[in-house]
Every structure is written in structure tokens, then in C-alpha cells.
Design a protein around this ligand. Structure first.
Ligand code: FAD
Length: 355
């Protein structure tokens, strides 16, 4: 719990806030990740960790925010907030910030979060670091240190908002960079969940949601949260090689990732790229097929539970961090893996191979 902190003149007071992103009642997991890193920052500054959630019919969310570490939750539940629209979200969050004056405010670097954070920062005339991949805090200055790759990933920049007149210090944080903290359910009291009215009517909002068209689960591709990833690199030799990886991924319920080399070569789109200038992933199992293991690739997948590397070069750096290494041609190894998976799924169709 927060203790009383003595501040010097001009130093920033205020709590650490986390925006809980939800759509149609479903919380984006980056929100829980942010409560994890928010807890660390709040404890260093000895202030409260506060969650803020807006939406409609969202009673189930505040208890979850408390369970993932928030000391307090601000809730705005109103039909106008059913679908995300920047106007009411920006207005209400800015008003709450003006009222409670948080020192630091984290938002997920999702499509929604990027839209919202930019709008709120503009309204509050404060600093925002977009797409951060490292978070720290200067305790003495009570200053957020948000770092992110810059100049196409060639440099890491630590960005600060030094003038204490401009608060909160805001950052959007890339999904999957921080782990989800343990869930510890807690009791709800009138102190730890605070309800606010929106004070904005439908007529005040300049945009209307006419229809909601889901992208459909069959087309849904979310590399960051995939549990099984089969990634391919330049060792595939050509674009067609991804068909083999797709076949393997499909067989084991995974999705296809890639190194930057093959994205740059135009073999696969950028939303498959893993690494410093791609996505950060934390799957249960990561297959690196024909990927050498450059540091810029490793930073995006180093937190995978199990890494299996397939590479013809026994000295490829990827083997130094792989849990299982297979030295061999991926065009021989992967078909053998596919066959073995099929055999185990359906032993009648596939009799045991000869010893
Ligand atoms: P290579 O390094 O060429 O490796 C190919 C591997 O395939 C080799 O190890 C080879 O032995 C093996 N191989 C060849 N044939 C076969 C076969 N038949 N079977 C099995 N193995 C085989 N990279 C990223 O991935 N993600 C990033 O986000 C990223 N960001 C970057 C940002 C900056 C600023 C810079 C400078 C670079 C970045 N890179 C990134 C690029 C990175 O440095 C590497 O160049 C890239 O990861 C190499 O891709 P690769 O492993 O596919 O290719």
C-alpha cells in the first residue's frame, strides 16, 4: 500500500495510472501486463497504482483489475461508451486526469490505445512516449524513463517529459513486453472501486457507430499472443518455403512468424515479423527455422518458454539460446516433424515407422 511521500518543491506528486482497454467487455491482456509494470513503478515511487476503465456493462472488469494489482479502479459505465470512439473517451479520461492529477499514465500500444493516448496527451498538453519497450523511473526526480527503438531500430531512445507542469507523463507500451502478473482476487470496497458518471450524451458525440463487423476468428491473426509460433528466416531460400511452415503451423495449432530479412525480401508481410522492429512474442514454443539468431531477432522472442532451432550451421548463434537444436536442412527436418505429428494424431493411418 502507498505510504506518505515527502516531495521537494516542484517535484511531481500523483499516482501511477493504467488504462484498462476493453472492447465489448473483453479486456486486452496488455492491460494486465501494464498493471504488472505499473506496480513496480508505483512501489518505487511509493504511490498508488490506479486502473481506469471505460465502457458499457463492465461490472466484471474492476474486480479483475484489483486482482491483477490495482489499488484502486475508476469506472465509467455508460451506453455512450459501448463502442470505442475517441471523443467521449478522450473527454472523460482527460477530465479524470485533471481531477486526480496522476503522475504517470500507461496505455497499451494497441490500435485503440495509440488513438486514445495521442488524443489525451494533446488535450492535456503533456508528453507521450509511443510504443515503449522498456520502462523505468527516476525515483529522485519522480520522472518516467520510457525507452523505445528509434531510427529504424538502430538506437534505443529514453524519452522523458522533464517539465513537471506537464502531467501525467504518458507512455504507450508494446504488448507482450511485460509478463502478466499473478492474479490474486481481492475484495471490492467503496474505497477501491470508484464509479463516475460520463456527463456526455450521444448527441454530443460527433461520430456514430453504424455497425460492428467482426474480423472473424478464422482470419484473426495475433502473433503477439500466439502460444505456438513457427518462424522462418532467409534459410527458407524463397517465398514458397513459407507454405511448408504454414502446413507445419496448422498441424500443431500455431501461427507463422518471420525474421526481418524475409520481410524485407517481400516473402511475407510485416505483421509476421518478430524482433526489435517487429512484434514481441512470448509463446509456449517457438520454432526458429533457417534463422541465424541476430540480436534484433532474439530481443523479440527471448521470453518464449521453449525455443527449437533448426539450422544447417551448427555455429549459428540461435543455438546458444535454443532449448532444442536440430542441425539440419529445414526442408528435411520439417516434413519429418509434420509426419510425426500426423502419426501421433492418427496412429491407425500412420503405422509406426521402421526402426
Ligand atoms: P540470416 O542471418 O541470413 O540467417 C539465415 C540462416 O539460415 C543461417 O543461419 C543459415 O545457416 C540458415 N540456413 C540456410 N539454409 C538453411 C536450410 N536449408 N535449413 C536450415 N537452415 C538454413 N531482424 C529480425 O528478425 N527482426 C527485427 O525486428 C530486426 N530488426 C532490426 C533492426 C535493425 C536496426 C537492424 C540493423 C537489423 C534488424 N534485424 C531484425 C535484422 C537482423 O540483424 C538480421 O539481419 C536478421 O534477423 C537475419 O535474418 P535471418 O536470420 O532470416 O537471415
Amino acid at each position: 500500500m502507498a505510504k506518505k511521500v515527502i516531495l521537494l518543491e516542484g517535484q511531481r506528486a500523483g499516482d501511477v495510472w493504467v488504462f484498462i482497454e476493453q472492447e465489448r467487455g473483453e479486456v486486452h491482456p496488455v492491460s494486465w501486463e501494464l498493471l504488472g509494470v505499473g506496480r513496480v513503478v508505483a512501489d518505487k515511487l511509493q504511490v498508488k497504482l490506479v486502473a481506469v476503465v471505460l465502457g458499457y456493462q463492465i461490472d466484471h472488469i474492476p474486480p479483475e483489475a484489483l486482482a491483477y494489482g490495482a489499488d484502486q479502479v475508476h469506472v465509467v459505465d455508460d451506453p455512450v461508451l459501448k463502442d470505442y470512439r475517441v471523443y467521449p473517451y478522450r473527454k472523460k479520461i482527460s477530465a479524470l486526469c485533471k481531477k486526480y492529477n496522476p503522475n504517470i499514465f500507461f496505455v497499451g500500444a494497441t490500435t485503440l490505445g495509440r488513438s486514445l493516448a495521442g488524443a489525451v496527451a494533446t488535450e492535456l498538453e503533456t508528453g507521450l512516449t509511443a510504443d515503449s519497450t522498456q520502462i523505468d523511473v527516476d525515483v529522485e526526480m519522480r520522472q518516467l524513463l520510457a525507452s523505445r527503438p528509434t531510427f529504424a531500430g538502430n538506437l534505443m531512445a529514453t524519452i522523458v517529459c522533464p517539465n513537471p507542469k506537464h502531467t501525467p507523463q504518458m507512455a504507450t507500451v508494446r504488448p507482450r513486453v511485460f509478463p502478466i502478473p499473478p492474479r490474486r482476487p481481492r475484495e471490492i470496497t467503496s474505497d477501491n472501486v470508484i464509479h463516475h458518471s460520463l456527463g456526455i450524451s450521444e448527441e454530443d458525440v460527433p461520430s456514430r457507430v453504424i455497425d460492428f463487423i467482426s474480423s472473424g476468428s478464422e482470419n484473426h491473426f495475433d502473433l503477439s499472443y500466439a502460444e505456438i509460433i513457427v518462424s522462418g528466416g532467409r534459410g527458407l531460400g524463397n517465398k514458397a518455403g513459407f507454405q511448408l511452415l504454414q502446413e507445419f503451423a496448422q498441424e500443431i495449432g500455431g501461427v507463422v512468424g518471420a525474421s526481418r530479412a524475409v520481410v524485407d525480401a517481400g516473402w511475407i508481410s510485416h505483421d509476421h515479423q518478430v524482433g526489435q522492429t517487429g512484434k514481441t512474442v512470448r509463446p509456449k514454443i517457438y520454432f526458429a527455422c533457417g534463422i541465424s539468431g541476430a540480436i534484433q531477432h532474439l530481443v523479440g522472442m527471448k521470453d518464449s518458454d521453449v525455443v527449437v532451432a533448426i539450422n544447417t550451421d551448427p555455429n549459428a548463434p540461435i543455438f546458444q539460446m535454443a532449448d532444442y537444436g536440430i542441425v539440419g536442412d529445414l526442408y528435411r527436418v520439417i516434413p519429418a516433424l509434420i509426419e510425426e505429428v500426423r502419426r501421433r494424431k492418427n496412429p491407425r493411418t500412420f503405422p509406426p515407422s521402421a526402426p
